[in-house]
Design a protein around this ligand. Structure first.
Ligand SMILES: O=C1O[C@H](COP(=O)(O)O)[C@@H](O)[C@H](O)[C@H]1O
Length: 241
């Protein structure tokens, strides 16, 4: 398990530029090595930085397969839909084939949407092994949640499925699906972006704490991959170094 690589920049805009440049670098390496790039994206504050910054990078978009690390089970015309954001703000800007941005089926109940998403993932990750994403792009909420894995929630212990559903998310909307921790920790490269003063205290707990019951974001430790944290000065201000 590699130690986290922590990058601190003065402003959120600089953090976003660095992040997008790393994503493009990893994408191009994966495409060169095996012809495809598999990436999971998150919603929340991260989405606008990816959609603004990635179109400026040089890469072969036709080789990208973009999944959602988590998704809210709401219709595609609802502003809570993460798919809606990427569809409206990325698809038209880059030559990514529409079918390579893989949405959930929001017409299904959450548990069925999770099962359906597993079958969509299995088209790109066939077989029964844990999927190994080239990269997972993650956010962290002020409570330390990541994906839709919330502190103290039983979903943190799920190991028998690769995508799970939640119907009591403490952060609305309540119905969601999420990659489970074994999949998150099987990625070749997990990357968090966390900016702003509101994240400073939780970040200290996640990166420097030694809690018996670690917060969800602290449980992201790829077993055979890299872990990056991209922070701005405000978020990093309580860290020791
Ligand atoms: O609800 C969610 O929150 C997290 C964190 O969002 P942020 O706005 O605090 O950065 C996000 O990573 C996740 O995808 C989303 O569903």
């Amino acid at each position: 398990m590699a130690a986290p690589i922590i990058e601190v920049r003065e402003t959120e805009a600089e953090v976003a530029r660095e992040l997008c440049s790393l994503v493009a670098k990893k994408a191009n390496q994966a495409i060169e090595q095996k012809g495809v790039f598999t990436v999971g994206v998150s919603g929340g504050s991260l989405q606008k930085h990816l959609c603004n910054g990635l179109p400026g990078e040089t890469t072969d978009w036709t080789k990208w397969h973009i999944f959602f690390c988590d998704e809210r089970v709401v219709p595609f015309d609802n502003d809570d839909s993460t798919y809606k954001y990427y569809r409206d703000n990325l698809l038209g800007k880059v030559p990514l084939p529409k079918e390579n941005l893989v949405p959930i089926d929001p017409s299904l109940p959450a548990s069925e949407a999770a099962t359906d998403y597993i079958s969509k993932l299995r088209k790109v990750f066939p077989g029964t092994e844990l999927p190994r994403f080239d990269m997972l792009l993650l956010g962290m909420g002020p409570d330390g949640h990541t994906c839709s894995l919330f502190p103290g929630h039983k979903l943190l212990d799920v190991t028998d499925v690769i995508v799970a559903s939640i119907t009591d998310s403490p952060k609305p909307p309540p119905q969601r699906i999420t990659l489970t921790l074994p999949v998150v920790n099987n990625t070749a490269c997990a990357v968090f972006m966390s900016c702003g003063e509101s994240k400073a205290e939780i970040l200290k707990r996640v990166l420097e704490g030694s809690e018996a019951d670690p917060l969800p974001a602290a449980r992201v430790r790829p077993t055979n991959g890299e872990l990056h944290w991209f922070l701005d000065q405000s978020a990093a201000k309580l860290l020791k170094s």
